[in-house]
Write a protein that binds this ligand. Sequence first.
Ligand code: ARG
Length: 721
Amino acid sequence: MKKIFIAIVLLVFGFRTFADEGMWLPLLLGEQVYSNMVKKGLKLTKEQLYSINKASIKDAVIIFGGGCTGEIVSSEGLIFTNHHCGYEAIAAASSIQHNYLHDGFYAKSKQEEIPAQGLYADFLLKIEDVTKEVEDSAKELSGAERAAKVQAAVTAINTRYSDETKSIIAKVSALFKGNQFLVFVYQRYNDIRLVGAPPESVGKFGGDTDNWEWPRHTGDFSIFRVYMSKEGKPSNYSPDDVPLKPKYYLPVSIKGFKDGDYAMIYGYPGGTNRYETSYGVKQKIDIDNPSLVTLRDVRLKFMFGQMKKDPAVKLQLAPEYANVANYWKFYDGESKQLIKYHIYDQKKNEEEKFREWAKGKPGFENIFPEWAKAYDTWRPYSKHRVYLIEGIFGSPLIDFAAALQQAEMALVKQGGGDIKKVMEELNAERKKFLESENKISDEEIVAATTMMFYNDIDKNQHPIGFYESLKGSFGNLKEESTYKKYAAALFGSTMIFDDAKWNAFNANPDAAVLQSDPAFAHAMAFLKNWQGKYFSFYKQFVTDNNELGRLYMKGIMQMDPKKTRYPDATFTMRVSYGNVKSYSPLDAVHYDYACTMKGVLEKYVPGDYEFDLPAKLIELANKKDFGQYLDKQKNDLVVTFITTNDITGGNSGSPVLNANGELIGLAFDGNYEALSHKIAYDAMYNRTICVDIRYVLWCIDKLGGAPNIINELKLVKPTAK
Ligand code: ARG
């Protein structure tokens, strides 16, 4: 009995020391982290993980389109990423006649691949530590002065390491809240082409109902290819370009895995705040998150109302809708989990320990009293800010109208630049805006958000005269109908929708004409009120919060100098290691580590917006036609699985690798129980949701009929017995 007890204690401790928390910099893995990876099961050398001289895994991992991760999987520059990462490009390549979003698409030859304008791939060339240079420039300064010096040093370093003529882009990243600076140097390729995607009913199966949830049955993948010039250089799209010859590409394993197996994820996590304060947690729970959710609720409702009526509108609004919906659900869940796991109290306790340590230490002892003051000063205006971003400027029309401020500045000579040039840019922006605009839902959004601002924001902070004049022309401010009439008038008379009026303005730009435009006037009433009276509070808060955060982090590192720490995510390359692992979300509930085709069919609802399926998928599934992709243990096709890896948004599309560095899946989501993960990693509940590479290949091969793509891959198959 006692022996078992000791064994259990050791196990728990063992688990703790190797907890799977951490988004590590592959450059600075250190012996301790590397040896933990090996203990967990890794079978590769450090050089194979990251090397600047030899080809290593890092060379196969790219920034995809500026916000996602992708990986190179063939000697001809083939990219795997998520369906939701390729979503905009797939929608842009589609029309009602050739609706690739709806029907899926596979290029059967390179000639059929579709140029994806605006997409790019960044390959990491090297990382260097530039902390000393940045620190030397800022010396003993603090606050805004320090921030300005740091900014100047960072800009100088970026310029020095970048070379536009070679498409080399350098970005300094401030790590450990500005206590360390690394420069990341990338090679950018701009000729990216769409190679394949499953129908949306597979790639987004489960829609927003299943988003951020496990169990999950989504085939969230899409396929692209990087091209280069004939001379082997980065190039903008040209029909003469040839497929990239990558330094390294990932082998793809169809051998399968089991619960507990090693799993490792490379990629570009966007942002975390694991050293967020109790004040910050409270601010999120009380004000920021609920405000955002309330406003997005309304916008989504109006957009969806039009999308479900008309497939053309659906295609037009789908990418924007998906983005808004994704973080609407995220922030709602984040608040719930922060409360459930008592993160506020946890932070309070950590801060108490810090305060004890900081007593009598100049530079550290006043951090928390000052932080409290910074929040107290900012808090009264914080809701106003969310209501502008998510409410007033959540209307695409009003957001575009705000961009016209540049023209006004040029016209009244306030340094807005040359009006001709400004108008050229605005004409191009207007064209884009009109292509993506749905007037019906947008008009509803303007009416609703104008009313919500009136009701929910402190009257003292309203733009002066705005609501009085609205009342004068349209009636009682308590009535919804007032705002509807107002929005209708605004939409009916703005020059932004009226080519004749716009062209006249364009030919002869005039400040008075612009200022009398109702959409512009609406945008300016709110924007100028903010800029004139409240922006300075925000700026001060950001400066204080950053500076106090830097000092707090510095103190924490002095308090416990031996501890191995990973820096918060900053959209720089990280590696996270852990295991494939089942979990228990609730008492008496067990979640298996994998979902199978059986579950896909169980969720199927014919004709449903989120749970419909392609007829061919059902046919193949019923025949159990899974070929070499069948999972022997489950005797079914494994579609998705979960791991303990620590990742976040930006990691979407990331390669999930086994102990040999072979691709076994693509990370595409986090689970609901761990939506507080940006602020605190929970070892019990945190899971990464991945699409199994065997499902991806089955979709391409059997469902998509594109064996040409499979033939490009380096498959690792089970050895015949
Ligand atoms: N939650 C996923 C992520 O942030 C995005 C999934 C997109 N799907 C959706 N139903 N909106 O990476």
